[in-house]
Design a protein around this ligand. Structure first.
Ligand code: ADP
Length: 594
């Protein structure tokens, strides 16, 4: 709950087709390149099947003409049917090749892209995660990549098919009946202009409807997320009314948009069918005068519907491409984001002496708020230190900086006398171990969870770590022992058991610097003893920093740092600090003892 303002969840939005945007889209296309051979094969199959389908209307018309004794190319109905079936057969082979190759290219390319984005995200610095929600990142990896892939395969293929159909279709109708084709194309501009004008209005209104709907959804989300507040303040009716008002606005905009849509649709239907009547009339006169056969008129109408569908299809592709520009922007933002860690680690063996020198720091997501100011302290190798102070005073921040989760703005943090920024990040973090306040277990077995501390540890080493962590007894109490599944779908471990797993993890990692974030809630007496014992063993020979919440547990540390509003207010052993009259620590102690 400490996080600052979050970027809103990414919405699917459409973008203009500027040159820059298209270039950006092409940038994401490089993930298809490894499969270009298959992709081109698919495109060829697609082109051939589209062209073959174009013979269909003409041959169907020929069927009619042969039947009425006016066939141009065939003398027998059966021959026409055989030709039609032959074309269909070849066409379906091409269709199979197209569908299959595109699926392979699409699935492989999508997996590559997902992996690349995920890989990038995992390496990004903590500050990146402060300003983004997990849900948003998820949607980039899943939905956005899906949108892109669809554009690169389906839309690109559709574009080719529709353009081919459109150009050849128009060519064929002009060949069949030039005057009729010219006559038909005259009705076309009317439709296009109407579509453009109305389309703009309708889009504007439907965007407005969506925005209003999003506003209304926020009301539901907010109130349900904190339903206990709503109920505690008995504000149920207030919230219901708020939602009602928001919905009313949705309805009023939606109805306005429906009015325009209604007018538009009825106009289009009228114009379309009016056009058909006009073409029918003109075509019929041509048939009457013998300039056109019935079969040719039939073929002509058939082609016209092909052309109509192509135009509609092109519109859809246009929308899809606009949508995927937004998706490509979000995906590429991650792909081109600066890396934090150098993955290949190398070895770094530190002794664990730490010093903070004039460290000042503000979180990147809250630049105007100085969390640490001019902080100075040194911890010698092997020393045990406890950080004490009110919540929000900056204890976790000190740890975050030591872990190099964030970059300090001023001063220097040294380990073994060296600026920590000089170390390879991964090698450096190998020297630090954390037992967090809230132990997170991943879905999997207990063994896998302990081994998270060192992936190459043997089963024997895992067992030994569990033993040292006082965890062996309870683990072997489960029927499945180390194979027992934990995490969301596995057994539920108690707080004390989880902590001992975390301790075992840390034992395996064997860090020179240990960070203990003490659990705020206390355990039952028996677990407490087991955990304390395990922790003490773990701390042996390591520089240790404890974020202490319960003062009773820190009496044994060498020194206590009292942090107040990002500054070191008091420092000394338990005995020294309790001797201070009216000291912060002695007051805290009194408070806790009460
Ligand atoms: P403590 O650990 O002593 O409770 P923290 O170091 O967590 O205190 O917090 C110190 C201050 O920094 C608090 O005001 C907190 O709101 C703020 N803070 C902590 N984490 C972040 C973050 N990721 N982004 C912005 N502000 C943060």
């Amino acid at each position: 709950a400490k996080r600052g303002g979050k970027a809103p969840l990414a919405k699917e939005e459409k973008r203009k087709l500027t040159k820059e945007n298209l270039q950006r889209l092409a940038g994401a296309f490089r993930f298809m390149l490894p499969y270009k051979g298959l992709f081109i094969l698919g495109l060829i199959a697609l082109a051939l099947s589209s062209l073959l389908l174009l013979a269909f209307p003409r041959l169907s018309g020929e069927l009619l003409d042969v039947a009425t004794g006016k066939g141009k190319y065939f003398g027998n109905i059966n021959h026409v049917v055989v030709a039609l079936l032959g074309i269909l057969l070849v066409q379906s082979v091409f269709s199979f090749v197209r569908v299959y190759t595109f699926a392979i290219v699409s699935e492989r390319g999508m997996a590559d892209l997902r992996k690349a984005v995920y890989e990038k995200v995992v390496w990004l610095p903590m500050s990146f995660f402060d300003s983004r929600r997990v849900g948003e990142l998820m949607s980039r990896i899943t939905a956005d990549v899906g949108t892109l892939q669809e554009t690169f395969t389906t839309s690109l293929a559709e574009l080719l098919r529709q353009v081919l159909t459109l150009l050849f279709g128009i060519g064929i109708i002009f060949y069949l009946a030039p005057s009729l084709a010219g006559f038909m194309l005259l009705t076309f501009p009317v439709l296009v202009i109407a579509a453009l004008i109305f389309g703009k209005y309708i889009r504007k209104l439907s965007k407005k409807t969506q925005d209003k709907l999003a506003d209304a959804n926020v009301v539901v989300e907010e109130s349900l997320q904190s339903i206990f507040i709503v109920k505690a303040f008995t504000n149920e009716l207030f919230e219901i009314n708020r939602y009602g008002r928001a919905l009313k606005e949705v309805v009023s905009v939606a109805i306005q948009s429906a009015r325009y849509r209604g007018i538009f649709i009825s106009f289009i239907v009228f114009a379309l069918f009016g056009g058909i009547v006009a073409v029918g009339w003109y075509g019929a006169t041509l048939v009457q005068s013998g300039a056109l056969s019935v079969g040719e008129l039939f073929a002509f109408v058939f082609y016209t519907s092909f052309i109509g569908f192509s135009i509609a299809g092109l519109g859809e592709i246009f929308t899809q491409v606009q949508r995927s520009i937004g998706a490509s922007e979000r995906v590429l933002e991650i792909l081109y984001h600066q890396d934090e860690a150098e993955p290949e680690a190398g070895k770094l063996n530190l002794n664990g002496a730490i010093s903070f020198e004039n460290v000042s720091f503000a979180y990147p997501s809250r630049k105007d708020y100085q969390v640490l100011e001019d902080l100075n302290f040194t911890i010698s190798a092997g020393e045990k230190v406890a950080l004490v102070g009110q919540s929000g005073s900056g204890k976790s921040t000190i740890i975050n900086l030591l872990m190099r989760f964030y970059q300090i703005q001023q001063g220097m943090i040294r380990v073994d006398g060296q600026d920590v920024n000089d170390f390879n990040l991964t090698a450096y973090r190998h020297n630090l171990g954390v037992v967090p306040q809230e132990v997170i277990l991943f879905g999997g077995s207990i063994r896998e969870n302990i081994r998270y501390g060192r992936p190459d540890a043997t089963d024997e080493q895992v067992r030994e770590a569990a033993r040292k962590a006082n965890a062996l007894e309870f683990i072997e109490g489960f029927p499945e022992q180390f194979e027992t599944l934990v995490g969301e779908r596995g057994v539920k471990l108690s707080g004390g058991q989880r902590q001992r797993i975390a301790i075992a993890r840390a034992i395996l990692k064997d860090p020179v610097i240990l960070i203990l974030d003490e659990a705020t809630s206390s355990l039952d007496a028996h677990s407490e003893v087991l955990v304390q014992e395990a922790l003490e063993k773990l701390m042996e020979g390591r520089t240790t920093i404890i974020i202490a919440h319960r003062l009773s547990t820190i009496k044994k540390v060498d020194r206590i740092f009292v942090i107040q509003q990002g500054k070191l207010a008091e420092m000394g052993s338990h005995a020294e600090l309790t001797r201070l009259n009216n000291g912060i620590y002695s007051n805290l102690l009194k408070l806790q003892l009460q």
